[in-house]
Design a protein around this ligand. Structure first.
Ligand code: ITT
Length: 198
């Protein structure tokens, strides 16, 4: 297999960008969307895979580069899997995750005032690797955990301050990024495509 030497990391989320670029081998030439003036496609898919494909295909066609995109989300058992594929949209137009996190607490409290023991959740990630000719490859990863009663830590992004991964007693927001990135959903999905990069 010809190893990929140059790639576009097709995300507008700087937290994701940092993690993905740190996972990829150093030698690979990495491009970010900041180098190009491309607006984001509408995520009209009905699941993570469709949305990851929409993004990677669109950015790959626009730039003629192989593109790696991520579609991910937080799934909370008590909320029947919400916010799920709408995780980004719960932050509103301004992607305000203080708001999104408050909405999560609000919705959980509405269902059960004392949800301390009903706090199971997971992060899901689908990575799509798409070539300009439309060839594609997908991989998925999950990290199980629970929702913390309070927001804790300022180190991460998105929902990191309220997610405690299984086997740890800190939120992702309290963890060093170097620890978080090797236990999360994105890393687990990346392991399944890492052979493309050598
Ligand atoms: P792109 O589509 O440009 O990649 P996005 O932020 O809109 O950026 P998604 O549509 O995949 O990406 O939304 C997933 C949301 O889930 C994202 O905005 C984060 O808030 C959240 N999320 C995903 N992975 C996360 C992680 O590792 N830590 C915290 N929050 C995460």
């Amino acid at each position: 297999m010809n190893k990929i030497k140059e790639i576009l990391i097709g995300t507008n989320n700087s937290g994701k960008y940092k993690e993905i670029s740190a996972l990829l081998p150093k030698e690979i030439v990495k491009h970010s969307l900041k180098e190009f003036k491309i607006s984001a496609p509408e995520e009209t898919g009905k699941n993570y895979k469709e949305n990851a494909f929409i993004k990677a295909l669109y950015y790959s066609k626009k730039t003629n580069l192989i593109c790696l995109s991520d579609d991910s989300g937080l799934e909370i058992d008590l909320l029947n899997g919400s916010p799920g594929i709408y995780s980004s949209r719960w932050g509103g137009k301004k992607k305000n995750f203080d708001l999104a996190i408050n909405k999560i607490f609000y919705e959980m409290n509405k269902i059960k005032k004392d949800w301390k023991k009903d706090n199971r959740a997971k992060f899901f990630c689908c990575l799509a690797l798409v070539w300009p000719n439309g060839k594609s490859f997908f991989s998925e990863g999950i990290v199980n955990g629970k929702i913390s009663k309070k927001k804790k830590g300022k180190k991460g992004f998105g929902y990191d301050p309220i997610f405690v991964p299984k086997g740890y007693n800190k939120t992702f927001g309290e963890m060093e990024p170097k620890l978080k990135m090797f236990i999360d959903h994105r890393y687990k999905a990346y392991l399944k495509i890492k052979n493309f990069f050598g």
